[in-house]
Design a protein around this ligand. Structure first.
Ligand SMILES: [Cu+2]
Length: 328
């Protein structure tokens, strides 16, 4: 366990204590939520194959979401996220902590040892070559030490998606998201915030749950493109270390690769007008077969379906996403 992890674990114990209290005081509330969650699970189990083999994930599959009082990063579920969190926890936080404590110690030492009462005749020293070399060299070495993992992290974050990556385009509208799938027939899903009562009754987090999620396959690279239809929005999902502006007239893109199936919540992160706070992002990562079933249930096509009508279904499934992205 590294330093940042230790701090995070400590804070979560404290949070459990503070935020657990209302739950103890209001057990009825917690019960109602659990019952609702169970009811949703039961409903989901009762109607599998309703949409051609695809069943929306239930609340038990929520992986990435903020927690009350959370002041640390959310757990990361992508390779980039893990690298970046390591950079923060194992490199930056310890260095910041040690330097802060060292400077505080120096300040206290000067105040106590060299105040007018304790040291009536101050030294007239104006130079000390050794000290000056040390206090120049040590910070330089620290910065060089930080630069190595920092620059490689930066380079990893800007790596281009592989050519066969599945393309998903997120468009920010005032005030909802549209997700289109150019490799799968270019259909678009419109995603609005789910009404609060509906979210609670389904056991989903209110103001984060969306009526239609951005469904993507887990474990494969996704070329996520963003653009804005009216003003600048930003597509941000903290548990995937993902944040990119959605700018009108411009197409931004980054690789998103999600380790495991689950639901990952985010929000628009660029002030975009009156309902900026009400355009949540709900990413649903599912195994590839589930994704293909979902695409078909939305009236989309699997990659290369028209050209390779004779191909076996499994091959088609594998080919999903291999169709080159249309020029934009
Ligand atoms: Cu927005």
């Amino acid at each position: 366990m590294n330093f940042g992890e230790m701090l995070r674990n400590r804070s979560s114990k404290l949070k459990a204590l503070i935020f657990g209290l209302p739950t103890i005081l209001a057990p009825g509330m917690a019960f109602a939520q659990e019952a609702a969650a169970e009811a949703t699970d039961a409903a989901a189990e009762a109607a599998p194959d309703a949409a051609g083999g695809y069943t929306p994930l239930g609340p038990e599959m929520i992986v990435g979401q903020p927690e009350p009082g959370g002041i640390w990063f959310q757990d990361q579920h992508s390779a980039i996220g893990k690298e970046a969190l390591w950079m923060h926890d194992a490199v930056l936080t310890p260095i910041i902590t040690v330097i802060s404590i060292f400077v505080l110690f120096l300040l206290i030492w000067v105040v106590v040892r060299y105040n007018r009462k304790a040291n009536p005749n101050p030294s007239k020293t104006s130079h000390n070559s050794l000290l000056e070399v040390v206090w120049t060299l040590v910070p330089v070495l620290i910065l060089v030490g930080i630069a190595v993992p920092s620059i490689s992290l930066l380079a990893h974050q800007y790596e281009s998606p592989p050519e066969d990556a599945l393309t998903v385009k997120a468009t920010g509208y005032q005030w909802y998201w549209g997700y289109s799938y150019p490799d799968n027939g270019d259909f678009e899903i419109i995603s609005n915030m789910m009404p609060e009562e509906e979210a609670i009754s389904k056991g989903l987090p209110p103001q984060l749950a969306a009526d239609n999620r951005m469904v993507v396959p887990a474990g494969v690279p996704i070329r996520l493109q963003t653009t804005g239809a009216d003003v600048i929005h930003a597509f941000a999902v903290p548990s995937l270390w993902f944040k990119i502006d959605a700018v009108p007239g411009r197409l931004n893109e980054r690789v998103m690769q999600i380790d495991k199936p689950g639901i990952y919540y985010g929000q628009c992160s660029e002030l975009c007008g009156a309902r900026h706070g009400y355009m949540p992002i709900a990413v649903e990562a599912v195994p590839m077969e589930q994704f293909n079933a979902w695409v078909l249930s939305q009236g989309g096509t699997l990659g290369g379906e028209e050209e390779e009508a004779a191909a076996a279904p499994e091959e088609e499934a594998e080919a999903a996403g291999e169709e080159p992205a249309p020029a934009v």
